[in-house]
Ligand binder design. Sequence first.
Ligand code: C6P
Length: 407
Amino acid sequence: MGALDLTAIRNDFPILHQEVHGQPLVYLDNAASSQKPNLVIDAISDYYRQDNANVHRGVHRLSQRATDAYEAARGKVRGFVNAKSDKEIIFVRGATEAINLVAQSFVRPMLSVGDEILISHMEHHANIVPWQMLCEQTGAKLKVIPMTLTGELDLSGFDTLLTERTKIMAIGHVSNALGTVNPVKDMIAKAHAKNIPVLLDGAQAVPHMAVDVQDLDCDFYVFSGHKMFAPTGIGAMYGKQALLEDMAPWQGGGDMILSVSFEHTQYNELPYKFEAGTPHISGAIGLGAAIDYMNMIGVDKIAQHEHNLLVAATEKVTALDGVRIIGTAQNKASVLSFMIDGVHPHDVGTIFDQQGVAIRTGHHCAQPVMQFFGIPATARASFAFYNTMEEVDALVLGIKKVQELFA
Ligand code: C6P
């Protein structure tokens, strides 16, 4: 497998070519949101310049073109995650909305007092709070798969956590705070052996690795476009067709119906049943373009390059005194969370910014992870395929600068 042509790739991302505080921008906050290539920016701009109209509604030419482009994007998402049918792809605002949809539409009708929802200790708040809300609404209980000090799931008691009362297991494919890639395929097989459906939060997986929902055999797979080089406000939910067919719509409104009278409303077929109101048409088209772009680069090449960056960064940061990496799992993707002795992560982030290096500091919307490690926050560098080895060095220099200033 050949190496990536990083000069050509970086030329596709106009935002990367700027200075911040007089220094070349080094963007290492990709887990929060990624940058967008010209292909995506142009797809959105072309749509508004040439085709803009509402979808599924007009017989006129622009509406037909908008509909074709929107539905073509759905087909690209289907191919990207290898779903069987376009009917299994629902456009949503992002991972958060998709998890709320599954919680309310799929799980809520099944729940009685004392039933259980299984998540893990390393979830993003988006995969905790919707389930807690559901527990409050129904009297169900939240169960949590524990974690080890390396930031891996502790699966020693996993079998006993999967009970006849477990109505869903919802876990992250990749942890946003630690970078851990969870052994989801085995976990899904075990859950299915007990007839427990599984939702995977793939927000931090899809930008970095090939995902095959049929191979994983997950029941739902959710992700956000903005972390995979597409615009904000668009994401996708994969659901197995048979499950989606049986689910009631989440939101009501235009486009999700076949007919409406005051006596009776007949819902639309999949996937439209779950897309009430005018959708984020340009967002979906942008997501389709982002998928085209990733496919052009090659998802396997992306994974290999990012692995090389992460290995180099981990080695170099580990070699420094007074720095502790949070999250040292065997199998990791993209994320390097760290603490510098005696310095609050927010100060680390500010000093990095002065050097043009963008990282995220805070709890990363994963407060239980912070509580587990007994820390308020971490500094987090997260890589995308347009990052370079020189930028890994900028990260290391940034840490040294912080240490100098706080010596
Ligand atoms: N994590 C981060 O900096 P939304 O906000 O719906 O696009 O994505 C939510 C979400 C869900 N699951 C995981 C694993 C995530 O990482 C995120 C978003 C960002 O880590 C912003 S908090």
